[in-house]
Design a protein around this ligand. Structure first.
Ligand code: CP
Ligand code: NVA
Length: 298
């Protein structure tokens, strides 16, 4: 069953194919490969980009989407996760899930007879990173010899970035406060494939010569014990940090952004920021991910 749960479940060629396919979809709105396909979206957490880009994508490709939001569905609450999966597979051709516990998603995917896509869990956000990789390819041409630096929290988006660096071998620097760290198992997995991954608590060092600087909120949805903001403050992406990066460096953020917290308003609105291209690319990436899961070739 071709699910899309985590990037590390893919091999390098599959991830490269997804990037090429996403760029292909960006220039082609005519295909109707989801005609007569029904897709259920289970969203236990709020969403603007992920939900709408999937629904618009399904619609443009000729399919139908059905949303169960947080008021209607909390996995494992009204019935078991397994029973939910066994019912939905009788109606739908694919399920897209945004939930809290990654283990709930795995449980669902293990029993589902139809493909399951991870639309964000507390652990990872792989769809976001496919869109981010397209954005890098468009603005920086390639990943090779590029220094990509992550600033701030060690969260779900970073998790998927580490997995991408393990597959694609680009240099990934993580600048985070002391007291938090990325998932150790994933770091070991990625380091076995790519020794160009480092973690530092020195923001200036991480920014120097970077081709791409990325950050995200300091407090993710459902984050129960975030560090106090003053510990994150040295990791704010501002003009000084961008000034240390390569002169053609880009700034990325998955959004929603909190101005003058993780990123200064000036950088977010500045000419190095590609955050709205990144948001648009969610739509193109979602189509490629759904095509991958439906095993359709063109
Ligand atoms: N970046 C992202 O996933 O945004 P939403 O939470 O709005 O879907
Ligand atoms: N890390 C953020 C990403 C939102 C798209 C969160 O989980 O809230």
């Amino acid at each position: 069953m071709p699910n899309f749960i985590d990037l590390k479940d893919l091999n390098k060629d599959q991830l490269i194919d997804l990037i090429s396919l996403s760029l292909k979809w960006k220039n082609n709105n005519c295909a109707q490969f989801m005609k007569d396909k029904n897709v259920v979206l289970i969203f236990e957490k709020p969403s603007l980009r992920t939900r709408i880009s999937f629904e618009v994508g399904i619609n443009q490709l000729g399919g139908n989407s059905y949303l169960l939001n947080e008021k209607e569905m909390q996995l494992g609450e009204r019935e078991t996760v397994e029973d939910t999966a066994r019912v939905i597979e009788r109606y739908a051709d694919m399920v897209i899930i945004r939930c809290f516990g990654h283990d709930q998603l795995i449980k669902y995917a293990n029993i589902s007879e139809v493909p399951v896509i991870n639309a964000l869990t507390d652990f990872s956000h792989p769809c976001q990173v496919v869109a981010d990789l397209i954005t890098i390819k468009e603005h920086l041409k390639d990943f090779e010899n590029k220094k990509i630096t992550w600033f701030g929290d060690c969260n779900n988006v970073l998790q998927s970035w580490i997995e991408a660096s393990g597959l694609l071998n680009f240099e990934l620097n993580i600048a985070c406060p002391e007291g938090i760290k990325p998932d150790e198992k994933t770091i070991s997995w990625a380091l076995e494939r790519n020794n160009n991954i480092s973690i530092t608590h020195e923001p200036q060092e991480a920014a120097e010569g970077a081709n791409c600087i990325i950050t995200d909120t300091w407090r993710s949805m459902g984050d129960k014990s975030p560090l106090p903001e003053d510990q994150f403050m040295p990791f704010q992406v501002n003009k000084k940090i961008m000034g240390l990066a390569d002169k053609n460096a880009i700034f990325m953020h998955c959004l929603p952004a909190y101005r003058n917290k993780e990123v200064s308003s000036e950088v977010l609105e500045g000419n190095q920021s590609v955050v709205f291209d990144e948001a648009e690319n969610r739509l193109h990436a979602q189509k490629a991910i759904m095509q991958f899961c439906l095993k359709l070739k063109f």
